[in-house]
Design a protein around this ligand. Structure first.
Ligand code: NAP
Length: 504
């Protein structure tokens, strides 16, 4: 977390240094940390991949990425020059264990130049197939032993199912201490997501209401207008449940449902989150039938353009059974949440791109005002909008100005844009800074990842073993299959959407 204390001198080794993630997110994030004064005085970024680049050529590719994707716009030539002098490139294949010695030599040289042992962060921005081989080769080259200074960042997806997640955890545990492992879920670095904890635990207002007595249900909705783009081959082996629910949406649920931590220690916060996953009701075969919905998009039109159906997308099996939409009703079986449904929904090619959590409070126990006074009665709602709009709204009933007593719902809004003039840091800036500072609060612990997999496995297995005969079952620019509406309507609710101002 931001403390204005800078980390010790740091060397980043970025596996996948020529890849999309580094170009679009990591390099711009590191550059913005530099601009904002968060980088330590002595740092070095070593990108690596098989592509042959000189340091100069590599710096130019990063500059192109930064000019295109940085939140601070095109790089200032003087500042870029100063930053880029700390950027290097090493061409190597992750499978070639000999080449790891070169990282050791470079790190030692930095240590000698800086006259101190630096923190070393190995960032795995490569295909998950390579996570084990990189970890093993780092270990063989004796680059992992300093548990205080050496850290490893693992990108998503962490495992393909429970068994593979356990295997990967085991392999990492043989090489690293848990305090060295940073499993990234970039959702946790988003400003609004961090603010869920600030809202809940820094205000006395919400806690008395934050339970089954006052909350009727919770909705967590992460919807996208985009289709596959270039990611068809990855996505077809994954699907909405693995790609979104198992990680991002369940993490959001944990933040809403967790108990109050006794302090801000990273393990204390993470313990409270794991407890939520452990309390979640396991799915029986009946639950999978009655409480889950899967969908796959058909071709259609989005904003005046014809778009292909999922099975017609590049690098997707034309008979694919992969879901591009999932809606699931979860329960958290503890005193606080008994009987309160948590509806999670995510999908591609939907009408709107938005990530929104809605907490719907129970209705008033007795209506004092006659029904004709309320034009559009709505129960109180707390609406946490993560993207594209960043806001927290409390929806309350109020009297409309005028001589007669007419009630309307109105919003009390905390809007980032209106409240703060500064640009908000990107999630990757927060998470990279936390990695440098050795703060694991916003990273997933091994047991947390396994608990999340354990929860979704019965759904995953049923969906995999039983092909959907109805696919494709929703059209582009819709809100998903009709059965998703039915899932929530059966309980007397409906999915909420925001009148958002911007689309993405
Ligand atoms: P990508 O664009 O395909 O990049 C893959 C990287 O791996 C390239 O730098 C490539 O470099 C390197 N690579 C491949 N084979 C290699 C080998 N044998 N030896 C050394 N380097 C090798 O993938 P990406 O989109 O950046 O994704 C990387 C990771 O981040 C994945 O785990 C992905 O799930 C995760 N992620 C990505 C995003 C995103 O927005 N892109 C978002 C969230 C998570 P060379 O070709 O030069 O060898």
């Amino acid at each position: 977390m931001n403390t204005q204390i800078k980390s010790d001198p740091t060397v980043f080794v970025i596996f996948g240094g020529t890849g999309d993630l580094n170009m679009r997110k990591l390099a711009p994030a590191l550059y913005n940390l530099y601009l904002d004064g968060w980088m330590p005085k002595q740092f070095s970024i070593i990108g690596t991949g098989r592509t042959k680049y000189t340091d100069e050529q590599y710096r130019q590719t990063l500059l192109d990425g930064i000019n295109q994707f940085s939140r601070s716009g095109k790089a200032d030539p003087v500042k870029w020059k100063a930053f880029s002098e700390s950027v290097y490139y090493q061409s190597s294949d992750v499978k070639d264990h000999e080449s790891y010695k070169e990282f050791g030599t470079r790190i030692e040289k930095h240590a000698a130049d800086w006259k101190t042992k630096p923190n070393v962060i190995y960032y795995m921005a490569v295909s998950p197939n390579f996570f084990p081989i990189i970890a093993s080769n780092l270990s063989k080259a004796k680059l992992t032993q300093d548990t205080k200074r050496v850290r490893v960042v693992i990108e998503k997806p962490f495992g393909h199912d429970l068994e593979s997640a356990k295997e990967l955890n085991q392999l990492l545990a043989n090489i690293f201490d848990e305090c060295q492992i940073y499993r990234i879920d970039h959702y946790l670095g988003k400003e609004t997501v961090q603010n869920i904890m600030a809202f809940r635990f820094a205000n006395s207002l919400f806690e008395p209401l934050w339970n089954r007595n006052y909350i009727e249900h919770v909705q967590i909705s992460v919807t996208e207008q985009l289709g596959m783009g270039e990611r068809g081959d990855y996505y077809d082996g994954s699907g909405a449940l693995r790609d979104m629910i198992q990680n991002h949406l369940l993490q959001l649920l944990c933040l809403v449902a967790m108990e109050t931590p006794i302090n801000w220690e990273s393990d204390e916060v993470r313990n409270r989150k794991v407890e939520v996953l452990r309390a979640m009701r396991p799915f029986t075969a009946d639950d999978v039938r009655n409480s889950t919905v899967r969908g796959q998009y058909a071709k259609g039109w989005m904003e005046g353009k014809e778009v292909p159906g999922y099975r017609e997308e590049a690098k997707v099996d034309p008979q694919s059974n992969t879901e591009t939409f999932a809606a699931i009703k979860f329960f958290v079986d503890n005193w606080r949440w008994q009987g309160v449904p948590f509806y999670l929904r995510t999908g591609k090619r939907l009408h709107q791109s938005a990530s929104v959590i809605t907490i719907q409070f129970r209705d008033v126990p007795h209506k004092v005002f006659p029904s004709e006074t309320s034009e559009s009665w709505a129960q109180n709602r707390l609406i946490i909008s993560i993207q594209p709009e960043m806001s927290i709204r409390l929806q309350v009933q109020a009297k409309r100005p005028g001589l007669d007593m007419i009630l309307n719902p109105v919003d009390m809004v905390f809007d980032y844009k209106g409240t703060y003039s500064n640009q908000t840091p990107e999630a990757y800036e927060t998470l990279l800074l936390d990695t440098m500072m050795g703060d694991q609060t916003l990273f997933m612990r091994g047991d947390q990842v396994e608990s999340a997999w354990e929860l979704v496995m019965p759904i995953l297995n049923t969906w995999q073993n039983k092909k959907s005969l109805s696919f494709p079952n929703y059209s582009a620019d819709s809100w998903g299959p009709e059965s998703a509406e039915a899932l929530i309507a059966r309980d007397g609710f409906h999915w909420f959407t925001l009148p958002l101002t911007s689309k993405k």
